[in-house]
Design a protein around this ligand. Structure first.
Ligand code: FAD
Length: 501
């Protein structure tokens, strides 16, 4: 059996491992942390559970192309119960409320009632959200490897998106909001993503809910990672935690071995780099091997943005009702500052839907505060002065706690701060580029890009990561693992054939 070393045990690395094992390879997966999962993780604090990742897993219905992948890697099993949220998010202001309900007609009716003056644009928006439900992730072949005909064929499978692109393709979120006169509707639209991001990203995100593709598997992020890891191990994969790779040793156009921080060196036939590419091309391989599309995303800063979050989690004391809306809700509040950015809204998410993780007396609130690159740099610098870093995080947590208690007086004296983490935490944990937890978001006027899973100039090294495509997320990570394994097998067959002839 030929031996593959996989560097990085996130979703992409585990997926690459499972598909490689199923193709008959020996797989050794090396992960820098004590546990696999990467950004898809969760942990316990003071008897409460913090789910860091899954707000939504797209492709959770059998009709979706992603579904067989989730099933194959064990993310979803026949026993996995799925929770479908009633809405994507809602906005509460002065006793008025708007929801992006998962039932699009319910949402349309609510918007029309709140803003009859915008009926034309509201109807247009919800018609196009329905059309956006046709968005698909390529699961059979990477977009980077498709020829023109394959690309056009794939595009035809989501023909409805053409109409969405015609209507909103040139809009940013700010442009989309400006189509409406009603201030509540405008406020609602600008609260999910940075206003410079493409409007289509918002529409297709809502479309995942209205189309029924988004769900949360019970057991949360840790449950899902455990199922995937079990699948990997059951197929004979070997997992080596606490093993940061420091270098891939090259001999001409071939990788010969991988060396690790503990001084060991392991030889192999193939390597799949499933760490964040910012790690791969900074530490493991010379940057010259970076794919041209990936390089574009890093270099064209005005065209491809990354963002992160500052997060605070609170435990709720006691089982009594506290008046919080379920799921994700946004509320205006007094101005506050986090990093270098100012805010006048607070986004909170209540974790109460999974009894196994959040029993009624152990419910959790997570506040997710968007952060940009300037904020990341601020946190990175501050981190060097540990006492100040901790004090600043604590100060922000107290401010947010005050705002939440002001909004929901039934929570007064019932919130305990469980954890605070800055964008820099994601870099320390996973090596995340600028603390970003999704990939690059293409901006208005810039194309969505996909990088190849193979590396030009290296015959036996492959890449798997959410970062190979714009937008990223769990689906991109999982399919990129599959594509890396497919590419590797194809290359291996070619090498074997040429060595026979
Ligand atoms: C707060 C948050 C919420 C999110 N919510 C969602 C959601 O609701 N839906 C969704 O689809 N996505 C969500 N995501 C995004 C999702 O978690 C990521 O897209 C996905 O987990 C990325 O997987 P990956 O394998 O590409 O990368 P990673 O998870 O970064 O995995 C890379 C792995 O490589 C390891 N590594 C790094 N350097 C080395 C080294 N030198 N040697 C060995 N190992 C190394 C890292 O420790 C890590 O385990 C969220 C992310 C976060 C942080």
């Amino acid at each position: 059996m030929k031996k593959i070393i996989i560097i990085g045990g996130g979703i992409a690395g585990l997926s690459a491992g499972i598909y490689s094992l199923q193709n008959g390879y020996e797989v050794a997966l090396y992960e820098k942390n004590a546990t696999p999962g990467g950004e898809c993780t969760g942990w316990n604090r003071q008897g409460y559970h913090i789910d860091n990742c899954i707000h939504w897993l797209t492709g959770s219905t059998p009709a979706n192309d992603l579904y067989p992948i989730w099933k194959n890697i064990g993310a979803l099993t026949d026993d996995t119960t799925l929770y479908r949220e009633p809405y994507f998010y809602c906005l509460h202001r002065d006793g008025k409320t708007l929801h992006f309900w998962s039932d699009p007609e319910k949402a349309r009716a609510e918007f029309l009632e709140a803003a009859p003056e915008d009926s034309l644009e509201i109807n247009k928006l919800f018609d196009h959200i329905r059309l956006s439900e046709s968005v698909r992730v390529p699961c059979e072949k990477s977009l980077a490897d498709m020829n023109l005909i394959e690309y056009l064929k794939f595009g035809m499978t989501m023909a409805n998106m053409g109409k969405v692109i015609n209507e909103y393709g040139n809009d940013t979120i700010a442009d989309l909001a400006a189509r409406f006169q009603n201030p509540l509707v405008r406020e609602m639209i600008t609260q999910y993503l940075h206003t410079s991001y493409k409007a289509i990203t918002l529409l297709s995100s809502i479309g995942f809910y209205t189309g029924g593709s988004a769900a949360i598997p019970m057991g949360g992020s840790v449950g899902m990672i455990k199922r995937i890891t079990d699948r990997f191990l059951s197929l004979g994969g070997k997992l080596y935690p606490n093993m940061p790779a420091i270098n891939i040793k090259l001999d001409g156009h071939q990788a010969k071995s991988v060396s690790f921080a503990d001084g060991s060196e392991v030889s192999c036939d193939f390597v799949i780099c499933a760490a964040d590419p910012a790690v791969t091309f900074d530490k493991l391989l010379p940057a010259k091997y970076m794919d041209k599309n990936l390089r574009k995303m890093y270099e064209i800063k005005e065209g491809y943005h990354v963002s992160s979050v500052f997060q605070i989690s609170f435990g709720i004391l006691g089982p009594e009702d506290c008046g919080l809306p379920c799921g994700s809700s946004v509320h205006p509040c007094e101005p506050y500052r986090v990093g270098k950015s100012d805010f006048d809204h607070i986004g909170i998410r209540l974790y109460d839907y999974d009894e196994s993780l959040f029993p009624v007396d152990k419910r959790v609130i997570l506040c997710n505060i968007p952060q940009e690159i300037a904020d990341y740099e601020y946190w990175k610098t501050l981190h060097a002065d540990r006492p100040r870093y901790l004090a600043e995080k604590e100060k922000i947590a107290e401010v947010i706690k005050h705002h939440i208690c002001h909004l929901f007086p039934a929570l007064e004296n019932r919130l305990i701060i469980l954890d605070t983490y800055s964008p820099y935490t994601f870099t320390k944990w996973c090596g995340a580029y600028k603390g970003a937890y999704m990939s690059f978001f293409e901006q208005k006027g810039y194309k969505s890009l996909t990088a190849k899973n193979s590396i030009r100039g290296l015959s036996n090294v492959f890449l798997a990561s959410q970062w190979l495509s714009t937008n990223g997320g769990l689906p991109m990570a999982a399919v990129s693992g599959r594509f890396a394994a497919m590419k590797l097998m194809k290359k291996d067959k070619k090498i074997s054939k040429s060595s026979r002839t």
